[in-house]
Design a protein. Structure first.
Length: 192
């Protein structure tokens, strides 16, 4: 698929994948870091991501009334997808607001609303799962969870029960960077 290939190329052109020593949000250490924020601050690539997500949702046959993204990294993605599809936007805060209504969700969500939840990167899937639970607590139904890149470190397994689809996987990115790196990654993954 040419458009997916364009996204993979953008990771390297925008230096959105770095190699070295990094500590991830999940607390795990890694020898590479995926910075999707480098992509989503580029309007051309953000539009490409929104288009790919719309196509992925159509391919999966996912029906939804609203699009949600957890703060911070997924908000531009959810916004671009909202503009691409014409569907209303929801923003899920990490914590309830400490003032005003105290809401944890910005935007209107009604019981029974089908929500397409998007995320920038998943490692274990913990943060997107927390957002799904916040939405479900308000009566929303999660139609699917789409992510720009899955690090393939447990998110798919931890999100069982949800339709989960990454636009690209870390294996695809590492294979493009260095064909031998993919084999090392999978050997390390089997040991872990």
């Amino acid at each position: 698929m040419v458009i997916k290939d364009d996204l993979i190329k953008a990771f390297f052109e925008e230096k959105a994948i770095l190699f070295g020593h990094f500590v991830l949000t999940s607390g795990k250490e890694s020898d590479y870091y995926i910075n999707v924020k480098k992509l989503i601050t580029n309007p051309r690539v953000l539009k490409l991501i929104a288009k790919l997500m719309k196509e992925e949702a159509e391919k999966l046959g996912v029906e939804f009334e609203r699009i949600a993204g957890p703060e911070l990294g997924a908000v531009p993605i959810a916004t671009a997808l909202s503009l691409e599809t014409g569907k209303p936007l929801l923003i899920v805060r990490k914590r309830p607001k400490g003032h005003g209504t105290g809401s944890q969700i910005e935007g209107e969500v009604r019981p029974g609303d089908r929500v397409l939840l998007v995320e920038d990167v998943t490692t274990t899937g913990g943060s997107v799962l927390r957002s799904a639970k916040v939405l479900e607590k308000e009566g929303a139904k999660i139609s699917a969870i789409l992510v720009v890149v899955d690090r393939e470190e447990g998110a798919r397994e931890n999100l069982k029960g949800y339709t989960f689809a990454p636009l690209v996987t870390v294996s695809e990115l590492l294979k493009r960077k260095n064909p031998e790196k993919r084999q090392v990654f999978h050997r390390a993954q089997r040991k872990g």
